[in-house]
Write a new protein. Structure first.
Length: 103
């Protein structure tokens, strides 16, 4: 029984470590990639009444959301935008928007 608890604990630690690695993106490259994002989210990522703000969003959460859009987990206009993004592109965009001040 102890070995099962140890395995569960190890899996939890590995998942946390993977999340930390996933959050590592290049904000400068993300800024360059954001040209398609500004059409809806605005120059500073603040969105509007119809489009959510992405400025100041946690980078790991943002990258996960982009990955989910790419995978089609939820139907959204974002599915088309995320379809062509690579994993590093998503990390870079998320890192860039995390540097911007939130509303």
């Amino acid at each position: 029984m102890l070995s099962r608890k140890l395995m569960v604990a190890m899996m939890f630690v590995l998942m946390l470590a993977a999340g930390a690695v996933q959050a590592g993106g290049d904000a400068a490259n993300g800024k360059a990639l954001s040209a398609n994002c500004v059409d809806c989210h605005g120059d500073m990522g603040l969105g509007d009444e119809e489009v959510p703000a992405i400025a100041g969003m946690d980078a790991a959460k943002h990258a996960k959301m982009l990955s989910d859009f790419k995978a089609g987990v939820a139907e959204s206009e974002m599915n088309d935008y995320a379809a062509d993004l690579g994993e590093q592109d998503m990390l870079d965009l998320a890192a860039y928007y995390a540097t911007l001040p939130a509303k």
